[in-house]
Design a protein around this ligand. Structure first.
Ligand code: ATP
Length: 331
């Protein structure tokens, strides 16, 4: 039996995280869930955003299914998500973006995977105030950080029989930092002669994705570009309610949807649980329960294709529970 830490999170977090738990349990895979919360709600109750019990649980279990967590904006708190990524060194943020039936995506042929460097770049958390009128943030790009994320992208491309890796950068302006990222990407690409390698400047990449998403396959990039491009690409496939993610380190996996805590719809049973459910399928792949993972993906696909149960973001009226039940019931 695998022990998994389940973090319900804030806002719609508990609704989508427990929906995903229900779907995983319905596959029959034996998981012992260690439910420990973090975030704004936990802070109100315990005075701590990330309780010690959570850090202990993650350190022990090394597999986590996580709902979105809210960090108060601009109050001097370091982002809880960034803290967890840095503490457990989950350096690879992997976000598959694939067109699915019955959604509001503008395209039906998108099949991208974004590999976002997850621990450094402009999210290194090094910011300071020079004086009241001048502030600075430091962008950190290292050889180690760049090589390991690009390696992860090529390794995945090879295993999944994908054809092309595109490195996304702004090295024409940030010559030293993004220049180092590109040098590292080039050196890793040489080891994979069977996989096409290309480079795109991030602003051009945005236009390319909106016009010709079908031309792209695996995208690898520093932290901030990955955050922005994955939201952009989620718009191409029907919105944030559908896009899953994994934060992978050398011996740890934290699985969570790309979306945030969506306070505007929290507690109303309007949240689309599919992004979190698809994240739980990535978690099952990670713990080698591939059959159950594929079963979940197929069930989600069938429910969307049938179109009977759709949450509001997909143009329907179904509640979070209704779509979750429909997914659980599929063989
Ligand atoms: P963060 O900064 O934490 O990533 P955010 O400010 O980008 O969060 P989200 O919480 O991701 O914002 O929400 C953006 C929009 O998408 C909101 O209008 C929200 O209602 C919608 N949204 C996000 N997730 C879902 C979901 N699972 N189901 C339906 N709508 C969602």
């Amino acid at each position: 039996m695998t022990r998994v830490t389940l973090i319900p999170g804030d806002g719609i977090g508990p609704e989508v995280a427990f929906a995903a738990k229900e779907v995983v349990d319905a596959t029959g895979v034996k998981i012992e869930w260690d439910i420990v919360n973090a975030g704004a709600d936990t802070y109100k109750k315990t005075g701590s955003f990330i309780p010690k019990t959570l850090l202990e649980s993650i350190s022990k279990n090394r597999v986590v299914l996580k709902g979105p967590i809210t960090t108060p904006i601009g109050k001097g708190f370091k982002s809880i998500n960034v803290t967890l990524r840095q503490k457990f060194d989950t350096y690879a943020n992997i976000r598959p973006l694939k067109s699915m039936p019955g959604t509001k995506g503008r395209f039906d042929n998108v099949d991208l995977v974004v590999f976002r460097e997850n621990t450094e770049g402009l999210y290194a958390g090094i910011e300071h105030k020079i004086n009241e009128d001048v502030t600075e943030a430091i962008k950190v790009i290292t050889k180690k950080g760049s090589i390991r994320i690009v390696e992860e992208a090529f390794k995945y491309a090879k295993e999944q029989n994908r054809k092309k890796v595109t490195a996304v950068h702004k090295a024409n302006i940030m010559k030293i930092t993004d220049g180092l990222f590109l040098d590292c990407a080039k050196s890793v690409a040489k080891k994979y002669p069977d996989i096409e390698y290309e480079e795109k400047i991030v602003d051009n990449m945005c236009m390319q994705l909106v016009m010709y998403p079908e031309k792209y396959d695996i995208l690898v990039m520093p932290n901030l570009y990955g955050d922005i491009l994955s939201d952009l690409a989620s718009g191409l496939v029907g919105g944030l309610g559908l896009v899953p993610g994994a934060n992978i380190g050398s011996d740890i996996g934290i699985f969570e949807a790309v979306h945030g805590s969506a306070p505007d719809i929290a507690g109303k049973s309007l949240a689309n649980p599919i992004a979190c459910i698809m994240s739980s399928a990535m978690m099952l792949d990670y713990i080698d329960e591939k059959q159950a993972a594929n079963r979940i993906r197929k069930a989600v696909w069938t429910v969307l294709e049938e179109g009977k149960w759709k949450t509001k973001d997909l143009g329907g009226n179904a509640t979070t529970e209704e779509i979750t039940n429909a997914i659980c019931k599929k063989p």
